[in-house]
Design a binder for this molecule. Structure first.
Ligand code: DGJ
Length: 725
């Protein structure tokens, strides 16, 4: 009864009709997406921008309207959100408005559904919105239902269709490849279409990320201007299409990639699109990022408000070359150095085909008896004896042809018949459209966790993408379902795993950067943005990743110098500082350090534990970009603005330094802060000495700013600000 009353009262305030027009506002605390049913009974987008106090005013003069969910039909000549082919061959769809409902899910989420139906065929389309009030995030997805006896083929199925009218449009996106992920580039849109997409099927975010920044009228700026940030919550192929039409209006279609993915919808079947998450900011990209981070910590990433463990990973320390004694020594060193978790990486399994390199054993998840005669429980115990946690690496969706799994189930892999089974890193992908394979993949994780009680952390890896997308499970007329079904079933497995193991920490690793999306992140506590731990590279990769993804999940590891990928030699402090700007870990054997390095590392870990709450849960303010500057600066401010940590990194040696003024942000102008350089090498002279131990108001720090030189190669400086009386 109570719920009923809430729904009704919301219906009353949420919609208003004037003779011909019904208006449906989807609002958050600061933004409004206003939809309208026009006199032809079609749904239109009337407005999207800052919230106006009196939405009623919108009806005084007709606004510029755009179709809210375009279809390939009879009067639309641009890209369409939906294209469906009926059994009788009719390729058009015309959606008429039926009704809508609004429900207050809780104090923060308002859920709106708008129901549409084809004017002739029994094809139903429901558009759903969750409006997250405080975070100004709108989540949109669509459900397409076929209520006809015969099937319908969907060739386009966007999650969202947003339109804009501005003088200029700039789009930034994130791109790269293995070990060079998350580069940002911005370009002005011209008439025609720009597509940002992935066709990789699995590990889809390796080249491009499912996120974009759209800036209206001007290039994107950090603290001013109108920005729309959008991201697709989907581990599968995605597509964003930006089409500037003949009238210079922009339509942005976002959704699962329709590429090679026609979907046949049988009678009563529902096609649910992935969620598209978007936010509007008129305070530039800084606010956009903070909206996503606030949202993610609450809804987008698993356990987004819980502290993370500082871990030591043996991957770069040993690769496949380890045994029980070597690992026990690393565990011992890790505990003594202050780590809270030891993570055992690849190479611990396979007996008939031991996993001693990457060409064998994947799929055979039995502990290798030669390397680890006492099994995983022995290592867990060694960790627990020293009061640290234990984690393990898995790559459950993959198989080496040289494995017992492949010998038993050669038909379980993704491949086209009569074609070469193209390997990548000597491995093939298991076909998740097949329910038996889905069960196997779930069981890999379940069995390892069940048989080895005490595992606290799982690094879930995925090291290749799809080349020849065929399934021996799907029927001939549904082969094109593979890309969509893989992603859908993968998310179902993730969900099942997390339902059973809510307290185990899971890291989404995909050879670095390959699986960073909010479809996956809701089931993962951490993500691995790159295998490249080179500190200079990391500055850029982390900078890119943080536009949409929160610091609490951003694992960053100190590794050996010279770096194994870049060959660059860099100071330990520099490597620590960049890892400490996110979720600190290490991929290095403490026993290979000098005494001085060991001491520094031990202290750095101690310092990190003191500041991690602010770093991981604080608000991020980007002060100086690494693009186009010699120095990059960013800072985190905790919730009550009593502490801030400012990270400064020099990227290029400055011969005649012209130090920039560092205007801090996000502080309380009325508070006093004590300044202190932290994580300093004890013997180093400090560039910060004139500020050290001095007290300044938030107002001074944000308007006068800090001014100090940094000019040596690989210099970094971390400042802690604490509120004082
Ligand atoms: C790729 C990951 O990104 C690395 O950290 C490591 O886990 C290897 N896979 C292991 O094969």
């Amino acid at each position: 009864m109570k719920i009923y009353r809430t729904i009704i009262s919301f219906l009353l305030v949420a919609a208003y009709s004037v003779q011909a027009a019904t208006y449906i506002p989807v609002t958050t605390n600061n933004t409004c997406l206003l939809l309208k049913v026009n006199d032809k009974n079609r749904l239109e987008q009337t407005y999207f921008g800052p919230k106006i106090r009196n939405v009623e005013e919108m009806r005084i003069v007709d606004q510029q309207n755009f179709a809210a969910y375009t279809t390939f039909g009879t009067n639309h000549v641009f890209e369409a959100a939906l294209r469906a082919i009926q059994a009788d061959g009719n390729t058009s769809t015309e959606l008429g408005y039926m009704n809508f409902s609004v429900q207050k899910k809780n104090d923060n989420i308002i859920y709106t559904t708008i129901s549409l139906k084809d004017e002739y065929y029994d094809l139903f389309v429901d558009i759903h919105y969750n409006a997250y009030q405080q975070e100004d995030i709108i989540e949109q997805w669509v459900e397409i239902k076929n209520k006809q006896k015969k099937s319908v083929k969907l060739t386009n199925f966007a999650s969202s269709d947003l339109s804009f009218n501005a003088s200029k449009y700039y789009v930034s996106h994130f791109h790269g490849d293995w070990s060079n992920e998350m580069n940002i580039s911005e370009q002005q849109l011209t008439e025609g279409i720009k597509i940002i997409d992935s066709k990789l099927g699995v590990r889809t975010t390796q080249f491009t990320h499912p996120a974009f920044i759209l800036s209206l009228n001007q290039q994107a700026a950090e603290n001013s201007g109108e920005i729309i940030g959008g991201t697709l919550a989907w581990p599968g192929n995605f597509q964003f299409s930006f089409e500037v039409d003949n009238m210079d209006k922009l339509r942005v279609l976002s959704g699962a990639n329709p590429y090679a993915s026609e979907y046949t919808l049988e009678k009563n079947e529902i096609f649910k699109t992935p969620s598209f998450l978007f936010t509007y900011s008129n305070e530039g990209t800084g606010k956009m990022t903070r909206n996503f981070h606030w949202w993610a910590r609450k809804y987008g990433i698993k356990n987004g408000d819980k502290e993370r463990a500082v871990l030591l990973n043996n991957w770069e320390a040993t690769y496949f070359d380890f045994d029980e004694a070597k690992l026990t020594k690393i565990i011992d060193d890790a505990a003594k150095m202050g780590f809270e978790l030891f993570l055992l990486d690849d190479g611990w399994f396979g007996n008939k085909y031991p996993r001693n390199n990457d060409n064998a054993g994947l799929g055979d998840w039995e502990t290798n008896r030669k390397k680890l005669p006492n099994g995983i429980p022995y290592l867990i115990n060694e960790c627990h004896k020293r009061n640290i946690k234990f984690g393990i690496w898995l790559e459950p969706e993959m198989v080496n042809p040289k494995s017992e799994l492949y010998e038993q189930h050669p038909d379980w892999v993704i491949a086209q018949p009569f074609r070469e089974r193209v390997e990548q890193r000597n491995q093939l992908i298991l076909d998740l459209s097949n329910p038996k394979v889905q069960e196997f993949v779930f069981n890999v994780i379940d069995k390892v966790l069940r048989e080895n009680p005490g595992i606290d952390y799982v690094k879930w890896d995925a090291n290749r993408y799809v080349y020849n997308s065929g399934s021996s499970y799907l029927p001939a007329d549904k082969q094109t379902h593979l890309f969509f079904d893989y992603a859908k079933n993968l998310m179902l497995i993730m969900e099942k795993v997390r339902r059973k193991y809510p307290d185990v920490t899971f890291m989404a690793c995909s050879g670095g950067g390959g699986r960073i999306d909010y479809g996956s992140m809701q089931y993962f506590d951490e993500y691995w943005i790159s295998d490249n731990n080179d500190p200079i590279q990391r500055i850029f990769t982390q900078w890119g990743a943080q536009y949409f993804f929160p610091t609490i999940g951003l694992a960053s590891h100190v590794s050996v110098s010279p770096n194994h990928i870049s060959g660059r030699t860099s100071p330990l402090k520099y490597r620590f500082d960049i890892a400490m700007a996110a979720k600190l870990g290490m991929d290095l054997q403490p026993s290979q350090m000098t005494e001085k390095e060991y001491k520094f590392s031990q202290n750095a870990i101690k310092t990190y534990k003191e500041i991690r709450n602010t770093v991981l849960l604080g608000d991020l303010y980007r002060i100086l970009s690494p693009y186009g500057h010699n120095r990059t600066v960013y800072m985190y401010v905790n919730e009550n603005k009593s502490e801030a940590i400012v990270f400064n990194f020099l990227i290029r040696k400055e011969v005649y330094p012209k130090p920039p003024t560092i205007m801090l942000q996000g502080l309380d102008a009325n508070k006093q802060y004590m300044l202190k350089e932290i994580n300093k090498n004890p013997d180093d002279w400090s560039r910060f000495s004139k500020y050290e131990g001095k007290k300044f108001s938030g107002e001074y720090l944000m308007t006068v700013g800090l001014h100090f030189a940094m000019y040596d190669e690989y210099e970094s400086l971390v400042i802690q600000l604490n509120e004082v009386e």
